[in-house]
Ligand binder design. Structure first.
Ligand code: GRF
Length: 205
């Protein structure tokens, strides 16, 4: 049973899927603390509703990249809760060396596209504008880049002819919820090794 720390900035529906799966006994991983960079992030309420610590950590700047001091504060909180894996679940900040060195290859991100296509903001909108016929979502290890790093799992979502951004986003989000839970469960129960950028699950044949 791995101990997860979840970082979120807003809605927190991916966090909710982890909490629900944990409660339903479908996830061999426990969320032990949730940290947000906004005091009003609904993710914090979702954590507290399940009696989990939901902590606001002041980013002290509007910049996309967390400052190293602030990032060290996140690390202290995560370490104080004996976190083993960090999940960025809708955390709208770029993390760097303090977090990545404290949790080497143990920081996971969920992104609403089939990476390496459409990194960054508004991935479903980018997919529609590019005219691709399939998009989806990706769970990957976080490295020093943005929305890159070894890919753990992906799900494909078809783009329908008349899709709006909201419709495509909603279908992708539904898959994100399932994929994030399945991937964290697999990390906890199966594990993987890295060969360059490739992830080999221990039960791969
Ligand atoms: C998700 O689409 C996730 O892939 C992206 O940000 C969104 C967060 O949604 N990184 P939520 O806060 O989990 O509801």
């Amino acid at each position: 049973m791995i101990r997860m720390g979840v970082l979120a900035s807003g809605r927190g529906s991916n966090l909710q899927s982890l909490l629900d799966a944990e409660r339903g006994g479908e996830l061999a991983a426990e969320t032990v603390v949730v940290c947000a960079d906004r005091p009003d992030a609904p993710a914090l309420l979702r954590a507290r509703e399940r009696a989990k610590p939901g902590l606001f950590l002041d980013p002290k700047s509007g910049r996309a990249r967390l400052g190293p001091e602030v990032e060290r504060e996140f690390v202290s909180v995560l370490e104080a809760h004996d976190v083993q894996w960090v999940v960025l679940a809708g955390f709208f900040r770029i993390v760097g060396a303090p977090l990545l060195d404290a949790f080497p290859n143990r920081v996971v991100n969920i992104h609403p596209s089939l990476l390496p296509s459409f990194p960054g903001l508004h991935a479903p909108r980018q997919a529609l504008e590019a005219g691709v016929r399939v998009s989806g979502c990706t769970v990957h290890l976080v490295d020093a880049g943005v929305d890159r790093g070894p890919i753990l799992a992906q799900r494909v979502v078809e783009v329908e002819a008349r899709d709006t951004e909201a419709e495509l986003s909603a279908r992708i989000l539904d898959q994100e919820h399932q994929l994030l839970v399945a991937t964290m469960h697999r990390i906890s129960t199966v594990g993987f090794r890295l060969e360059g950028r490739r992830v080999h699950w221990n039960d791969d044949v």
